[in-house]
Structures are given as structure tokens and as C-alpha cells.
Write a protein that binds this ligand. Structure first.
Ligand code: CA
Length: 382
């Protein structure tokens, strides 16, 4: 399989979002988003939620789910698959430069959610804890002293296809900051998740995913765990199911068909997210490890990490650097989304690495969780 001809413009860089935000906000007279973003980036360098933007779970409102709090209650393995662990070849020689070198990695066994976390599951978490996601929070004036009050508007970033063809190096042509967009209203104030309860939750920042995982007694996967699991026990295949993108002409994941970003021919039947489990599972019984939505992992992004990462249970680098946007630390997302096409980001390959700042929600990004042993009494995939 040849390398996609375009440089990977889908490596979402926050500065481009930022410029888009400035344009949009300026148009409606809201002004200085720059100051907000700068403050968010400073906060995003830490693992803690950004002050005034992140975790809202009050300690008095059941911060940990009942199953998660009882170590003898193994009901938490419901909806999860045991990933046996082992040695594998991580990365790809056919993908982006940051997927190289292909290197041997060993991960211990772990449990992984069979599906991406759904809107229904995320709603349970929100109801139990009172958590408010970053996108839903009105930024506090004291955290952004330079921003005019009218600029402190909750919202998130939404895919907004342009009316015609555009150069693929310009993210601003299809990403927009939309006031009022959140996990409850993924495409903006006029959208809803009603009837989409089994769709993966989106518009959740990394901090939001971490809060959910903590409540569920789980954690986010490392990048290595995610890639190991996505390969389903198969060595060096281009896709989770093999090397042919559409065997027998059949679409095996919810991705993009046609010309990106304005000509989706919808051959797989899904314009946005699809209900989790719509497509067949991989070799470990996991659904949607390719396409549907990008999934947050716990690791920071460094483009050259593979050249020096530990061989056993790598946890990601201690710091982050994105040459496309120096100074903005980013977390790894994996798996591609309904917006991915081979001529563009080709993100639905197990080896593809994406990076996004941890304070950013997008309507093509969600997550799933993992948890450490004990191993399953039943064979993997059961
Ligand atoms: Ca699709």
C-alpha cells in the first residue's frame, strides 16, 4: 500500500483551530479567544484538569461507580474483553514518519471496553456525579483576565464541510468553533443526542475522558495497549481485518467515502457516528477499533518516541512536542473516525497516530477505557 500523497493535514493542530476560532468569534464580535487558548495551553501541560474548565465532580456525589468501588465484584468485566497481552510489532513502514521505526513491544494483559463509550453510558456518569464537560463550561474571567467577558462562551469544535472543494492543507475550511456545541449537542445548539444513545459520545476532551474513566474504576489505554488491542492478534496487517480495505467490496468500518471534505458518498451508510458495534469485531472481539470516532489514549505525543520507547509496557513520553505546533502539548488519539479517507488521513489503520491538545473536544473524537487484570476465566473474545 502506497503512502498517502498528501502530508498528513489531519494531524489536527490547535493553532489552526485557534485561527478559525478567532475568525468566527471576530465575525460575531466576540474578540480575544487567543488569550483563552493561551491559558488553556498552559493548563494543558499538566495532567490536572484546567482550573475552572475541567473536573466538576463533587466529592459528595458518588465519584466512583458501585462496581468500580468493590474489588470483589467482577461485574465490571461486563462489556469488556480480556486482551491477553504479548509481543507485537508496533508502527508501520507504510504510514507517516512518526509511525517509524517499526519496533518490538510487549504489553501485559488487560481488559478493554468492547465498544466506545456511548452517549447513554456518559449520561449515567454525568447523572451520578454532576460532572460538567469542558465544552459546557463558561470560562471564568479570573482564569482569562485578558479576554472580554463576551468572549467567554462555552462551546466546542464541529466539522462543518465547505460548499465546494478546498485545499486539504487548510483545516480552517472545515472545522469551526460552535458556541453551545457539547456532548449533549455534538453539532451545535440545534443538534441532539436523542435517538443516538448507542452512538459513541463525542465532544469530550481528554480531561473529560479521564474523569469518566476514574469514575468507572478504569483508565485510558496507553498508546501501545491501544495498538496491540486494535491489531486483534494479527501481525503487521494494514487494517484490523487484513490488507484489503474493502474485501469483496464490503465496508468494514465507518469511515469517509468520496472526496473530502465535501463529497461524502456515504457508501457505508453513515454520515456521522454509527451505533457502536455496527461493524464486525476484530480478533479480540473489539468493535470500532477502526473508524467511527478517534479514541483518546493516556500518552503524550512525541513524533520520535518510537526510536527510544521502552520495549515493555511503554507509557508514552514525559513531555510532548508537535513540530506542527510547537509549545502545545498533545495527547495521542487512535483509530480514525467517520471523517477519515485514505487520500487524506488514513487514520483507521492500527498504526496511525493522531494528536490533539487535551482540552479540546471535537465531534469526531471519543474514547474507550481499559482496566488491569485479573485475566478472564473464559477464552479471549467471549
Ligand atoms: Ca461513513
Amino acid at each position: 500500500m502506497s503512502q498517502a500523497p498528501e502530508p498528513n493535514p489531519h494531524h489536527v493542530s490547535t493553532w489552526k483551530f485557534l485561527v478559525a476560532l478567532v475568525v468566527v468569534l471576530a465575525l460575531v464580535g466576540l474578540g480575544s479567544w487567543l488569550a483563552m487558548r493561551k491559558a488553556e495551553k498552559d493548563y494543558a501541560r499538566r495532567n490536572d484538569a484546567p482550573k475552572g474548565l475541567g473536573h466538576a465532580a463533587p466529592a459528595s456525589k458518588n465519584p466512583v461507580s458501585p462496581a468500580a468501588s468493590n474489588q470483589n465484584n467482577h461485574s465490571w468485566t461486563n462489556g469488556m474483553k480480556w486482551i491477553p497481552g504479548g509481543r507485537f510489532l508496533m508502527g508501520s513502514e507504510e504510514g507517516q514518519p512518526d509511525e517509524k521505526p517499526v519496533h518490538e513491544v510487549t504489553v501485559d494483559g488487560f481488559w478493554m471496553d468492547t465498544y466506545e463509550v456511548t452517549n447513554a453510558e456518559f449520561e449515567k456518569f454525568v447523572k451520578a456525579t454532576g460532572y460538567i464537560t469542558i465544552a459546557e463550561r463558561k470560562p471564568r474571567q479570573e482564569d482569562f483576565p485578558d479576554a472580554p467577558p463576551e468572549a467567554l462562551v462555552p462551546g466546542s469544535i464541529v466539522f462543518t464541510p465547505p460548499p465546494g472543494e478546498v485545499p486539504l492543507h487548510n483545516h480552517m475550511a472545515w472545522w469551526r468553533y460552535v458556541p453551545g456545541a457539547s456532548w449533549r449537542r455534538p453539532e451545535g445548539p440545534d443538534s441532539t443526542i436523542q435517538g443516538r444513545e448507542q452512538h459513541p459520545v463525542v465532544q469530550v476532551a481528554w480531561f473529560d475522558a479521564m474523569a469518566y474513566a476514574k469514575w468507572a474504576g478504569k483508565r485510558l489505554p496507553t498508546e501501545a495497549e491501544w495498538e496491540f488491542a486494535s491489531r486483534g492478534g494479527k501481525e503487521k496487517l494494514t487494517y484490523t481485518w487484513g490488507n484489503d480495505k474493502t474485501p469483496d467490496g464490503k465496508w468494514l468500518a465507518n469511515i469517509w467515502q468520496g472526496s473530502f471534505p465535501n463529497g461524502n458518498t456515504l457508501q457505508d451508510g453513515h454520515k456521522l457516528q454509527s451505533p457502536v458495534g455496527t461493524y464486525a469485531p476484530n480478533g479480540y472481539g473489539l468493535h470500532d477499533m477502526a473508524g467511527n470516532v478517534w479514541e483518546w489514549t493516556g500518552d503524550w505525543y512525541m513524533p520520535d518516541y518510537y526510536a527510544k520507547s521502552p520495549k515493555l509496557n511503554p507509557q508514552g513520553p514525559q513531555e510532548s512536542y508537535d513540530p506542527n505546533e510547537p509549545g502545545v502539548w498533545k495527547r495521542i488519539t487512535r483509530g480514525g473516525s467517520y471523517l477519515c479517507t485514505e487520500a487524506y488521513c488514513w487514520g483507521y489503520r492500527p498504526a496511525m497516530r493522531m494528536k490533539t491538545s487535551p482540552d479540546t473536544g471535537l465531534n469526531h473524537t471519543g474514547f474507550r477505557c481499559v482496566r488491569n487484570g485479573p485475566p478472564a476465566p473464559n477464552p479471549p473474545g467471549k
